[in-house]
Write a protein that binds this ligand. Structure first.
Ligand SMILES: Nc1ncnc2c1ncn2[C@@H]1O[C@H](COP(=O)(O)OP(=O)(O)O)[C@@H](O)[C@H]1O
Ligand SMILES: [Mg+2]
Length: 233
């Protein structure tokens, strides 16, 4: 469904991605692992059309995304939750969700505010609070919920567990499982191997802008030197 082939990217003269190839199928959760600075965020930015200095190919549902602007990539069915939480601090939780609303797609589940409040009970309790009154974890939940209001078919989550309380990380795992069972695909960037293993079907590890491992978690467990070499464990 999403297929990245030989992706390179640079910031100015600095070459950051050196030919990343990966794919995400329907109904699949894939963890994109790698140390800080490995190129996870850059890969996601390229997929979402947020970085133009890229070569290679990115195809989604048979269409090339290489020359499309971000809003067209969203319209094609990809949702993106960036590392930095982007909520509107002076809008309420409900208003933040309204802002994310987009028309439903035939090939993806349609999310309503009420459905999302079932999935994120914390947000339901705080529906009339302003964005800035939420904790970091709740803001992260709100960013995910707002992205879902766009009715995507696949979502890119950039380090969703980073810097949030363990109880919220647990909820996050539940949410990702629910997204999968609703039929979405998820590409999840993570440094937390434990969390990634709990929610993902398979793993892709990148290092210095190139894929160095692709496979299951069982294989990773059986070869601890891989994690030791490429992940901060
Ligand atoms: N805006 C930028 N300008 C220049 N270099 C950047 C910029 N953003 C990231 N980098 C560099 O690109 C590399 C990959 O970063 P990034 O994709 O954010 O890694 P990760 O998400 O895996 O931590 C790092 O060496 C980082 O310093
Ligand atoms: Mg990152």
């Amino acid at each position: 469904m999403l297929e990245v082939t030989g992706l390179t990217a640079r910031y100015g003269r600095a070459q950051i991605l050196n030919g990343v190839s990966l794919d995400l199928k329907g109904h699949e959760v894939v963890a994109l692992l790698g140390r800080n600075g490995a190129g996870k965020t850059t890969t996601m930015k390229c997929i979402m059309g947020l970085l133009e200095t890229k070569t290679g190919e990115i195809r989604y549902d048979g269409q090339s995304l290489m020359k499309l602007p971000p809003h067209m990539i969203c319209r094609a069915g990809l949702g993106y939750v960036p590392e930095e939480r982007r909520i509107f601090p002076d809008l309420t939780v409900e208003e933040n969700l309204e802002v994310g609303q987009r028309p439903a797609r035939e090939d993806a589940p349609e999310w309503s505010r009420e459905h999302l409040f079932e999935l994120f009970p914390n947000l339901a309790e705080r529906r009339s609070n302003l964005g800035k009154q939420l904790s970091g974890g709740e803001q992260q939940m709100l960013t995910i919920a707002r992205t879902l209001m766009g009715n995507p078919k696949a979502v890119l989550l950039d380090e969703p567990s980073e810097g949030i309380a363990p109880v919220i990380v647990e909820q996050m795992a539940r949410v990702i499982a629910e997204l999968k069972s609703e039929g979405l695909s998820v590409l999840l960037s993570e440094q937390n191997l434990h969390f990634a293993r709990a929610v993902s079907d398979r793993a892709i590890i990148i290092e210095k802008g190139a894929v160095v491992y692709e496979g299951g978690f069982d294989e990773l467990d059986a070869n601890p030197e891989i994690s030791q070499q490429y992940l901060a464990v």
